[in-house]
Design a protein around this ligand. Structure first.
Ligand code: 4FV
Length: 233
């Protein structure tokens, strides 16, 4: 059973290029996964397609109404026998990690809900099984976060990356940042490729890469080692 990914969004047109190109496009064409886009505005309660309103208590911007979103989630759920994990994209969510991406890639169905404007009416939260944030910054909408989730998940699906599959040794695979990578030319503007990589000595290359991954992680992301950032970190 391939993974089905539903997306509830006010801007389905934003996904076109991303879902048609490169590795994602090929995975979809080869039927290794399916992505179904649903326009939230189709579930508005009035002819004008109203899906948001001013926040009670005042304040800037608009808030997404709960009714259209509940209708949309229930309708999308009903389109397939697989229950699906409902994921709300929000800066208030759990920060997305490779570990969570691996978890999502093992599911049979995801229903990604994209916010917009100032965010969701609080009473939307119970509809979600999981809230995810792609980082501590504020975007104009949940569409780019949803695309990031789709990209990170689909590349882990069987046969998507194929032979050139680098997922085993890449950043975060072992909880570390990835080691430095080099390709031709051997020398560029005075910068040479480390000799060990040209040695053909695979044990030495593996040891060098492991050291580099640890050193780079310690230098840049001590948090990944569960260590507090150093004083001047
Ligand atoms: C976001 C994030 C994000 C906040 C208000 C869209 C925006 C509007 N989503 N990770 N960072 N969302 O900034 O997931 O709803």
């Amino acid at each position: 059973m391939t993974l089905r990914i539903d997306v509830i969004t006010l801007f389905p047109e934003m996904f076109g290029g991303v879902l048609a190109s490169s590795i994602l496009g090929r995975a979809l064409r080869e039927g290794r996964t399916e992505v179904v886009l649903t326009n939230l505005r189709d579930f508005a309660g009035d002819k004008r397609g109203t899906v948001d309103d001013k926040p009670f208590g005042g304040g800037p911007g608009m808030v997404l109404l709960c009714e259209p979103l509940y209708r949309a989630v229930e309708a999308v759920r009903g389109q397939d026998s697989r229950r699906g994990l409902v994921v709300l994209l929000t800066p208030q969510g759990e920060r997305l990690t490779q570990g969570r991406v691996r978890d999502l890639a093992g599911r049979e169905r995801l229903i990604l809900v994209c916010g917009h404007y100032e965010g969701f009416d609080e009473r939307i939260r119970p509809v979600a099984d999981l809230e995810l944030s792609v980082g501590d910054y504020v975007l104009t909408g949940g569409e780019l976060p949803a695309m990031a989730v789709i990209d990170a998940v689909v590349r882990l699906l069987p046969g998507v990356l194929g032979a050139e599959d680098g997922t085993r040794e890449e950043s975060f695979a072992a909880g570390l940042l990835e080691y430095p990578q080099y390709t031709r030319p051997r020398e560029f503007r005075g910068m040479a490729v480390p000799d060990v990589l040209l040695s053909g000595n695979h044990a030495a290359i593996a040891a060098w890469r492991a050291d580099q991954a640890k050193a780079r992680t310690r230098a840049r992301r001590r948090d990944l080692l569960g260590e507090a950032p150093d004083a001047d970190g």
